[in-house]
Design a protein around this ligand. Structure first.
Ligand code: ATP
Ligand code: MG
Length: 211
């Protein structure tokens, strides 16, 4: 993991998992907001390789990984891991958390999710063990009801003794789906993604941009 110092005991590490198809400014703003608020030492972005719940990612995993690297390179507290990219099989969060714990047993893991992802978490493999291995930070997300998220989180706490922190994150109402739609219609995505990502998409003609 490059700059990440594995010998530092008690290191607080945030994990930002996602398909990142493509990565956008809300991913970055959410991660930075949480890093700052909870004084996390590093945020590791882990683009998923072959996500079980999204069988057809639009862009291949190498390009998605490359865009995450471009998007995060100016922040020295952001790291990108290829641990899910290099896996051939379906990639599950539980395997990633187990591998992290094996490699760095003394770190505290904070797994960051948007409200939609936390509400969905019971469809993930080995839900209960996920909650044992990490504290989850559930960030508000525009379009996802706060009341029903709260209710869901309380259910999860009771059912799995889950450690879940709810956090209000200043809203940015964008999604990768929205970015893909824009590109399909030759709309501008300037400032919705970092400039380096916009250039990469344009240069490689991803998402039918320019067709
Ligand atoms: P898609 O539209 O393709 O599902 P997405 O924008 O939801 O893309 P993902 O890669 O699916 O991006 O999400 C990765 C993580 O980032 C998830 O935990 C998701 O909830 C969170 N996330 C994405 N967009 C936002 C946002 N605008 N605000 C807060 N969290 C977000
Ligand atoms: Mg999503």
């Amino acid at each position: 993991l490059g700059k990440f110092n594995k010998t530092y005991k008690g290191t607080k590490v945030g994990i930002m998992g996602g398909t990142f198809d493509p990565i956008h400014s809300a991913h970055l703003a959410t991660a930075e907001f949480i890093r700052d608020k909870y004084k996390l030492d590093k945020i590791i972005f882990i683009p998923s390789g072959n996500p079980p719940h999204k069988k057809n990612t639009i862009v291949n995993k190498y390009d998605r990984y490359e865009m995450v690297k471009l998007a995060t390179m100016s922040n020295e507290d952001f790291i990108v891991s290829d641990m899910e990219i290099i896996r051939d099989k379906r990639t599950y969060t539980i395997d990633t958390l187990r591998d992290m714990k094996k490699e760095y047993d003394s770190i505290d893991i904070y797994f960051i999710t948007g409200a939609d992802a936390i509400c969905d978490i019971e469809t993930w493999k080995n839900v209960e063990e996920n909650f044992r291995l990490a504290t989850f930070i559930a960030a508000t997300r525009p379009g996802i009801s706060k009341a029903s998220t709260k209710e869901k989180i309380n259910d999860l706490r009771k059912k799995y003794s889950a450690n879940i922190i709810e956090v209000y994150v200043p809203s940015l109402d964008i999604s990768s789906t929205y970015i893909r739609e824009k590109l399909k219609n030759n709309g501008s995505i300037r400032y919705l993604v970092p400039e380096e990502v916009r250039e990469y998409i344009e240069c490689k003609k991803l998402y039918n941009n320019g067709d």
